[in-house]
Write a protein that binds this ligand. Structure first.
Ligand code: SF4
Length: 292
């Protein structure tokens, strides 16, 4: 079997930084309980790596997390995740005297600062993102002038933007680039004065382009990553759209690889989400290469 591996694939710099920060915290505080507030990155293998270092993931929604945090031992260290978090959650951790470590990716922080700045200047903000994703919830938590984009609400945006400073249109960092442009077009049609900030991070963009550039002759494309990872799911959608003749699969690990099915393919491409550990993808690539 011929195997094409997308470059780059797997861990991005934000994910590497978040994991290293959590592990460094364990090294610095070998005896204190450490909790991740949410999933550090959206991949269960990463949760398990952290657990091996006695770092516990509190996989709850933001609304549940306050109650969960109030039960933590007072000497606990809490690590905020790469996706960002509402300022109110951090203040609550301070009120509880918990030690805080912030692993928010710098691209997400910059994005949240832009939103904060816009609302401080009296601008309304239309945020394009996945509903209930932690990054989206962090953005929406900035204030009541931040609105989640919904196609059906275009007329509503037009009304509230008539008598105010031009709104800022901004997006989640891991969106699919091709899906963003038509949304910008729709908004520009109803609010021509809107200001657009295109905020897809470089790591997401490179991984999406690598999938688009997979040779058209492949029989199948395997994207390795978690179903909960937004950037992984977007790679799957892009693969389906850019390679309509190929079969596209999202697999969490080698355990999801259906060898009876896969061995009929002659040419297979592999990519992986930005939160997928390299060794998980390597095992899939080796298994494919071992097929005659
Ligand atoms: S995908 Fe982009 S925004 Fe998300 S952690 Fe990685 S570098 Fe940061």
């Amino acid at each position: 079997m011929k195997v094409f591996v997308c470059q780059p694939h797997g861990y991005c710099e934000g994910v590497i930084k978040a994991i290293n920060l959590a592990l460094k915290t364990r090294e610095n505080y070998p005896l204190r309980p450490i909790y991740i507030i949410g999933m550090l990155v959206h991949n269960e293998h990463v949760n398990n790596i952290l657990l091996e270092h006695k770092i516990t993931t509190l996989d709850y929604t933001f609304s549940e997390l306050k109650d969960v945090m109030s039960e933590l031992p007072s000497e606990s260290i809490v690590v905020f995740t790469a996706h960002g978090h509402p300022a109110s959650l951090e203040s609550y951790a301070r009120k509880l005297n918990l030690t805080i470590v912030d692993a928010t990716c710098s691209y997400v922080s910059d994005n949240l600062h832009l939103i904060q700045e816009a609302t401080n200047n009296g601008q309304k903000v239309i945020y394009i993102g996945k509903e209930n994703h932690p990054e989206t919830l962090s953005a929406l938590s900035i204030g009541q002038n931040v609105f989640l984009y919904r196609k059906d609400d275009l007329d509503y945006y037009r009304t509230f933007c008539q008598d105010s400073i031009p709104p800022l249109v901004i997006n989640q960092t891991t969106l699919a680039y091709d899906s963003l442009l038509p949304i910008h077009y729709q908004i520009r049609n109803v609010i021509p004065q809107a200001i657009f900030a295109e905020e897809i991070c470089p790591a997401t963009r490179l991984r999406q382009n690598a999938v688009k550039n997979i040779p058209q002759e492949v029989d199948a494309i395997l994207v390795v990553g978690s179903k909960r990872s937004a950037n992984t799911n977007h790679l799957v959608s892009i693969a389906k759209e850019s390679h309509p003749k190929a079969e596209v699969y999202l697999i969490d690990s080698i355990n999801d690889l259906d060898l009876t099915k896969v061995r009929h393919f002659k040419f297979v491409a592999v990519s992986a989400g930005a939160s997928t550990p390299l060794e998980v993808t390597e095992k899939v690539i080796s298994a494919l290469k071992a097929i005659e």
